[in-house]
Design a protein around this ligand. Structure first.
Ligand code: DGY
Length: 403
């Protein structure tokens, strides 16, 4: 196996002290590992590689800058590949899962919590377990949503551009007047882990009321708001209110600021379209850190043009990295390049979860089915695969705590 792979992949050069071999745009850890894992983009930290190596894997990591095409991924998997860690920019569809299955693969993990790039049904049909990386990026993404909310409400992008352009001549009473958030109503579309974390940050940090739209009521979030209101009342401060909207339209009409935290699927694509934008207050703030296509980006450009007091702050785009024409020209829009989870802690944590997903499935470990996923970041992680999306469909065993 070793000499054959040496020929195919041109390895054997520059072995360094961590047992890592470099070849053109590929770094290979533990060349003699018995299981072969392809990682389509290098990931932050070292621990994730150590986890895979300790599980007996040879880890082949793409270190080039361009995205790998489906053909390049297929070619790299070749006739023998046990698992893949891939990126949210890759379409993991029937054809790639067919190739992975054909190579003897048993597991794919996305390096992301979102999995709209994956055809889960196709993976399940081919017996391939699919993992993602929830939990560890909740705080980072919620923090970025808060940062974008404040940047939009206080016009930070506009003000910074103005200053850098040398336009600032004097302090003026009317210069860059924005919106103060305290006591305003924040609408949350999708009150899962990240939406709930954002709601808490806004409610507890900025004393905003919360209105949320979610398929199911979130009693834990409502109870947090009630408990926080009791805390405020004890200090003679006004309470905060948290309630569920019956319909997304109600939320859009009532909220001063709307933050989107719903996954992208057929039911949420273009959820925010021209008609729904028209329901929002003319000076509302709209924040998106979930997936770009939840908003009809062309409709948003049109809306922002016609309502200069309206503000949008986006981390994600319909056709990344391209922006719809006109978006980047708008002064009332804050734009950042999909950096919601981009803290070192979160991104290293995501790499560890992806590695544990792959190592766990290959070792026949059960799927973790508990919320405390941070346990996998500790020195002695649980003997399980942290987040397997199709565990039930594949009849994988579920983790049972002992003792
Ligand atoms: C995700 O994980 O889905 C984010 O969009 C990238 O961190």
């Amino acid at each position: 196996m070793k000499s054959e792979e040496g020929l195919i992949f041109g390895v054997g050069k520059n072995q360094n002290q961590r047992g890592i071999v470099n070849s053109d745009n590929w770094r290979i850890a533990n060349p003699d590992g018995k299981k072969r894992i392809i990682v389509t983009r290098d990931l932050p930290g070292d621990r994730w590689v150590d986890i895979l190596v300790a599980a007996g894997c040879r880890v082949e990591i793409f270190t080039g800058t361009a995205d790998l095409s489906p053909d390049e991924i297929r070619q790299r998997m070749g006739s023998r590949c046990d698992g893949v860690i891939g990126q949210l920019v890759e379409a993991w569809n029937e054809s790639l899962f067919q190739a992975l299955q054909g190579a003897g693969g048993k597991v794919y993990s996305n390096y992301a919590v979102g999995f709209n790039n994956i055809d889960l049904a196709a993976a399940t049909r081919r017996g391939i377990a699919v993992g993602n990386t929830p939990g560890v990026l909740t705080g980072a993404t919620a923090e970025l949503a808060v940062a974008l909310t404040l940047a939009a409400a206080r016009r930070i992008g506009e003000a910074e551009r103005y200053l850098r352009a040398g336009k600032w001549e004097r302090w003026l009473p009317h210069l860059f007047l924005g919106t103060q958030l305290r006591g305003k109503t924040v609408g949350i579309i999708g009150a899962g882990r990240i939406g709930t974390a954002y709601a808490r940050m806004m409610m507890e940090g900025h004393k905003t009321d919360i209105i949320y739209y979610s398929l199911h009521p979130k009693p834990a979030l409502e109870e947090l708001a009630a408990a926080y209101s009791r805390f405020l009342a004890a200090r003679r401060e006004p309470p905060v209110v948290c309630r569920r909207a019956e319909a997304v339209e109600d939320l859009l009409r009532e909220a001063d600021c709307v933050s989107i935290h719903t996954p992208l699927d057929d039911s949420t694509r273009h959820l925010i379209n021209a008609e729904r934008l028209a329901l929002m207050k003319p000076d509302a703030v709209l924040v998106n850190t979930s997936r770009g296509a939840v908003i009809d980006e062309a409709a948003l450009v049109d809306h922002c043009r016609r309502h200069p007091q309206f503000r949008a702050a986006l981390d994600v785009y319909e056709d990344e990295p391209a922006l719809v024409p006109g978006l980047a020209d708008l002064e009332n829009v804050v734009l950042v390049p999909h950096i919601g989870s981009a803290t070192r802690w979160a991104r290293e944590g995501m790499a560890i979860l992806a590695a544990c997903n792959v190592a766990g499935v290959l070792a026949g470990r059960p799927a973790w089915n508990r919320p405390d996923i941070d346990a996998f970041l500790e020195a002695d992680p649980p003997p399980a695969a942290p987040s397997i999306l199709n565990a039930e469909a594949l009849n994988l065993p579920l983790f049972k705590a002992t003792g």
